[in-house]
Design a protein around this ligand. Structure first.
Ligand SMILES: [Zn+2]
Ligand SMILES: [Zn+2]
Length: 153
């Protein structure tokens, strides 16, 4: 999150090259934005921000750039049951809080107990566990206020 602009570009160039992809200014702009934000934006949100710096960019290009970054291991795509998707520039193991009212996703500072996760994985039958996703759902601060108003105790 605190890398210099030069190192962010170096990371991108190397990862694209390693995956046989070309470096483009559009991909760089999408990567820079995703790398700098902690908001887990949707493709539309990335588009709205990136087009301020890259005026001619299309939503389709942003979407394809995001998918390329995911394919190169530079971003994580978070998909949800309603078909929506958000993108995370943070690729280390971490967990999320998701507001079920407005859909906002934030990083959870705490970590799960590795031994407990290993115990759960060991209980899986005929399944090769390669990872896991932990998401706590509920209401963000602003939506929680709306909830209290809507349902007075
Ligand atoms: Zn909310
Ligand atoms: Zn995250």
């Amino acid at each position: 999150m605190f890398d210099s602009p030069e190192s962010v570009e170096t990371i991108l160039r190397q990862a694209l090259e390693a995956n046989g992809q070309r470096f483009t200014e559009q991909r760089a702009a999408v990567f820079r934005y995703l790398h700098a934000t902690e908001s887990h934006p949707t493709a539309d949100e990335v588009f709205l921000h990136v087009r301020e710096n890259v005026p001619g960019i299309s939503l389709a290009t942003v979407y394809k750039s995001l998918e390329t970054l995911v394919g190169c291991g530079l971003a994580v795509k978070l998909t949800y049951g309603d078909g929506s998707a958000r993108y995370d520039g943070r690729t280390d193991d971490h967990h999320h809080l998701r507001c079920v009212a407005c859909g906002v996703v934030t990083d959870l500072p705490g970590r799960a107990d590795d031994r407990e996760v290993a115990r759960l994985a060991a209980s899986a039958q005929e399944f090769m566990v390669t990872g896991y996703r932990l998401e706590l759902t509920g209401y963000c601060t602003s939506c929680a206020q709306g909830q209290t108003r809507a349902h007075p105790a």
